[in-house]
Write a protein that binds this ligand. Structure first.
Ligand code: SF4
Length: 286
């Protein structure tokens, strides 16, 4: 995707397949006259996308009861929800479309499968993230969340434990945490549920960010995956700028960097990335 050798745009920047699938489903529903469309929680943490959805009267609600028009459609977003909540949503009498990412469903199934055999579940991730809240629902009440190896040091001792990951977790954090958890269990099953698109994105970022003088991370300021990506880049490159749009670009940094790497979180639309890349190239040409 690079047109200028000194400005490289990540091939895997932007929407991951799960987020793209959920947005496409919602837009298809709206275009085919299924109206209004309600999503259970915001579809994505990106202002440009939420503004676009709001303009089409696609709104986020927390519970089915909040839907003003019961003839509307409820969409379960890519992060998924707990099985109890899923039952509640599906029995509310409204049309329901499940846009849970198949790779999140895989993580849910791995948890359910081992929980049925009596395993405790430890999820390596962010306890407040919607995906993790959904995953906890599959642990049969025997789940815990740790953010990394340090928190894992305080875990009690288990007979059987299944270690899984939030799908967007950093691989090194997951494996270091799993090593720590092994010290806390007789039997420790390590189930790496980081999704392939996340693994590919991390690999590409590591390769390209360390050879750049400036990394520009494009994405919502409230997007957890973009913030994590920016953090990963900060460990690899001396200069990192996190911007939501091209208006926030630092011209001075752009002029002084020899090699620039532009990447983006999984919730950043391609049109926002393209605008940032175009602006960077224009500034370099000035
Ligand atoms: S990050 Fe991975 S698991 Fe999560 S929605 Fe995207 S593709 Fe699916």
């Amino acid at each position: 995707m690079s047109e200028q050798e000194d400005v490289i745009v990540a091939k895997r920047a932007g929407f991951c397949p799960g987020v793209k699938r959920a947005i496409d489903k919602v837009l298809e529903l709206e275009a085919s006259g299924h109206f209004p469309v309600y999503t259970i929680g915001p579809l994505i943490h990106n202002k440009q996308v939420t503004d676009m959805l709001a303009a089409k009267k696609i709104s986020a609600i927390e519970k089915p009861q909040e839907a003003k028009d019961k003839n509307g459609v409820l969409v379960i977003r890519a992060h998924g929800i707990t099985p109890e909540f899923q039952k509640e949503v599906e029995s509310c009498g409204m049309k329901v479309v499940d846009a849970t990412c198949p790779l999140v469903k895989h993580a849910q199934n791995v948890i359910a499968q081992f929980a049925a055999k009596g395993y405790h579940t430890i999820i390596v991730g962010d306890a407040h993230h919607a995906e993790v809240i959904g995953l906890m629902g599959y642990t049969q009440g025997k789940g815990m969340v740790v953010s990394g190896p340090q928190e894992a040091q305080h875990l009690p001792y288990f007979d059987k434990v299944n270690v899984v990951s939030q799908t967007t977790q950093k691989e090194s954090v997951f494996f270091e945490t799993a090593e720590e958890i092994k010290k806390h269990a007789d039997i420790c099953q390590v189930s790496n549920t980081i999704c392939q698109p996340t693994k590919d994105r991390q690999k590409e970022t590591i390769e390209l960010a360390q050879s750049a003088d400036l990394v520009i991370v494009v994405g919502g300021k409230h997007s957890a995956n973009t913030a994590r990506l920016a953090l990963l880049c900060k460990a690899l490159s001396s200069a990192v700028q996190h911007v939501e749009t091209e208006a926030e670009l630092d011209e001075n940094l752009i002029h002084h960097a020899k090699k620039i790497f532009i990447t983006a979180g999984a919730s950043t639309p391609s049109w926002v990335i393209d605008r940032v890349a175009e602006r960077v190239k224009t500034l370099r040409a000035d």
